[in-house]
Design a protein around this ligand. Structure first.
Ligand code: FE
Length: 197
């Protein structure tokens, strides 16, 4: 399936996301004992079991969707290869989801750098692969970056999703499939569409 970005709308975006989990979810998550699909489903499952709000559950479910950016019809293959996955994901989430959900994706890498700078106990949660990518991503934030990051109105949700990102790397945790979350994802899409009027 080579989807056309322009053909996506409120009524087919959830099916489209389902097709990504179905067709590409089994791809390796470099250095982790779970696939990317399992990783995102685990974050969402843990959030749901903990009684977190739907925006957090859906934020966790979709935070790494940008790893599949080549399916989103970005400009060129070269662009796709070089893109930061958080920006690629946020680009599509911006169109169909409330800003809080797009921000959970856009800032999930920044949140790691933020938490490493501000919560000493957080670093210990990181997987080896995540420590490695932290260095490539610029290491812990500097104080001025921390101050700027704390201005984000969705800081609390961004951090919640970041903790779910760390938690969702468990080879023993089985989860429901995307279909379980699909109605919730649709509710978020509808909430956004209704807000836009
Ligand atoms: Fe992740």
């Amino acid at each position: 399936m080579t989807p056309d970005m322009n053909s996506l709308n409120r009524d087919n975006i959830v099916d489209y996301l389902a097709s990504i989990f179905r067709d590409r979810g089994s791809e390796e998550y470099l250095g982790e004992p779970v696939t990317i699909g399992q990783h995102m489903l685990q974050g969402a499952t843990i959030a749901e079991r903990n009684g977190q709000p739907e925006e957090i559950i859906v934020g966790a479910l979709l935070h790494d969707i940008g790893h599949f950016t080549s399916a989103f019809g970005t400009f060129t293959m070269e662009d796709t290869e070089d893109r930061h996955h958080e920006d690629a994901g946020a680009e599509i989430l911006d169109r169909f989801f409330p800003a809080v959900i797009a921000d959970c994706c856009r800032y999930h890498v920044a949140a790691k750098r933020y938490l490493c700078a501000t919560r000493p106990e957080y670093f210990a949660r990181l997987s080896a692969a995540s420590v490695h990518s932290l260095n490539l991503q610029g290491g812990p934030m500097q104080p001025d970056e921390v101050a700027a990051f704390e201005e984000n109105p969705h800081l609390r949700q961004i951090i919640a999703v970041r903790y779910l990102d760390e938690a969702g790397k468990d080879p023993e945790l089985s989860t429901p499939g995307f279909g379980h979350f699909a109605p919730m994802v649709q509710r978020m899409v509808d909430r956004h569409a209704e807000m836009l009027g």
